[in-house]
Write a protein that binds this ligand. Sequence first.
Ligand code: GLA
Length: 376
Amino acid sequence: MNLFVETYGRQPDGVWASPGRVNLIGEHTDYNEGFVLPFALHQRTVVAAGRRAAPGWTVRSRLTGETVHIGRSDLSPGAVKGWAAYVAGVLWALVDAGFAIPDCDFAVESDVPLGAGLSSSHSFECAVLTAVEGLGDFSIPGIEAAKLVQRTENVYVGAATGLMDQTASLLCTAGHALFFDCRSLEVEQVPLDLASDGLALLVLNTNTPHTHADGEYAERRRSCERGAEILGVRALRDIGVADLPEALAKINDDVVRRRVRHVVTENARVQDAVALFRAGRVREAGPLLTASHASMRDDFEITVAQVDTAVEAALRAGAYGSRMTGGGFGGCIIALTDTEKAGSTARAVEDAFAAKGFAAPEWFTAVPSAGATRLL
Ligand code: GLA
């Protein structure tokens, strides 16, 4: 808001916010048409926006201090690089889908940790999308809006991501986790009041840069597609855990076999976790989180030393369960603990990091928060 006034010398027409997310369980299942269980964080990207008389769009970022101009000719995939691509990409996806969008100025601020697997880029894209919807006086239904943001990522930005992050940012509600079926695109708001159960969800940022993460992500995706092809199914979602031994026996390539095993077992873990959550037995989902981590570490091979160390230390400190959250190759871990043990669990990880010479982690406890909203 202030940034907008400082930059453009007038009040914005509105202010919109869209959150980052934590994924409780279900990693790399979304593009396999499986299930995921994220919830929205209180950390969010805030976009103030106002119509402008001159053609095109201007965006100012508090994080970089830069102001970038985007013209009509920039609305083709790849034309804008860097952080402003998230804005140009959303504008491109809207125009490409036939929406008449107003020329406008934006100012953006965010407290979602960047590059930490908490979906900072999707929260940015969703905030821009809702701002343009607001100023353009049109409204795109939730899942359609999520698909539009996915096109931004897949086609404009060039990252082959699935549909979890933008759906979480747009559709999550306070006090709930979002059970999302990435095939039927049905969503269920699953009540999640950790505090009343005496629980906390610790989110700890291992501060590991995910070098090569994009290439590795795309490679994982290709392995999954290869697995589905070998098994003659549309997506790995179509393989149940009961069919797994037979399915694995058909795959000669050891890497593909392990990738398939991760996705199939992870998909089952999401459904098991949801059943426990619905029954109010959240604590008992701990071992599912830990099993998810082992599967990501050994079969999907997307963890790094800092992440494994953090999970092990959290479990040693008495967490009910712990796992990396997000796309992988660094980023954050989550740990389900008793409320009063969140701090001591984080300190146990800090000690383990200090002992190994890893940079100190940052942490907070997460509360299921609201999805995209208009603030002003
Ligand atoms: C990233 C992607 C998501 C999802 C996760 C892994 O966050 O944006 O679509 O694939 O990785 O679960």
